[in-house]
Design a protein around this ligand. Structure first.
Ligand code: CMP
Length: 139
């Protein structure tokens, strides 16, 4: 059965572009409840660990560099069937293919600088949420 929790990050480019408020508003408008929220900056070690699944991909080192280039917002979101729904809501990884109105269509600038991250499975949503948040930071 599908879970009700997903994890998202607003990436450095979207924060630097001044779109964190717009993106949080869009998340809330989409019916997601914010269970945890943090404004922080990843260290190189943290970014390497978070994206370890991509470590053999040609874009890995550049992705780590980009994700540590400035602050990000991390959040745990709740909605029915959250992982699948949120991935539809943010649009394709490549914003050129993202449906109009999706978060990436609105705020991404490239495949790498694609505004937001969204968990790709219930299992990863739990792992990624635990990566950023303790029990005391969840509501
Ligand atoms: P995200 O959903 O955070 O998960 C992995 C990230 O790697 C992805 O968003 C993009 O930011 C980045 N990414 C995936 N594919 C490519 C690619 N072909 N070139 C550059 N960056 C990529």
């Amino acid at each position: 059965m599908a879970g009700n929790t997903t994890f998202t990050m607003i990436k450095p480019q979207a924060v630097a572009d001044g779109n964190m408020g717009n993106i949080i508003a869009k998340i809330i408008d989409g019916g997601y409840t914010i269970k945890a929220l943090k404004f922080t900056r990843l260290t190189k070690e943290q970014a390497m660990k978070f994206y370890a699944v991509h470590k053999d991909r040609p874009f890995y080192s550049h992705l780590v560099e980009f994700m540590t280039s400035g602050p990000i917002i991390a959040a745990i979101l709740e909605k029915e069937n959250a992982v699948e729904e949120y991935r539809k809501y943010i649009g394709s990884t490549d914003p050129a293919n993202a449906e109009p109105g999706t978060i990436r269509a609105l705020f991404a600038t490239s495949m790498e600088k694609n505004a937001v991250h969204g968990s790709d499975s219930d299992e990863n949503a739990i792992i990624e949420g635990n990566f950023f948040f303790s029990e005391f930071e969840r509501f």
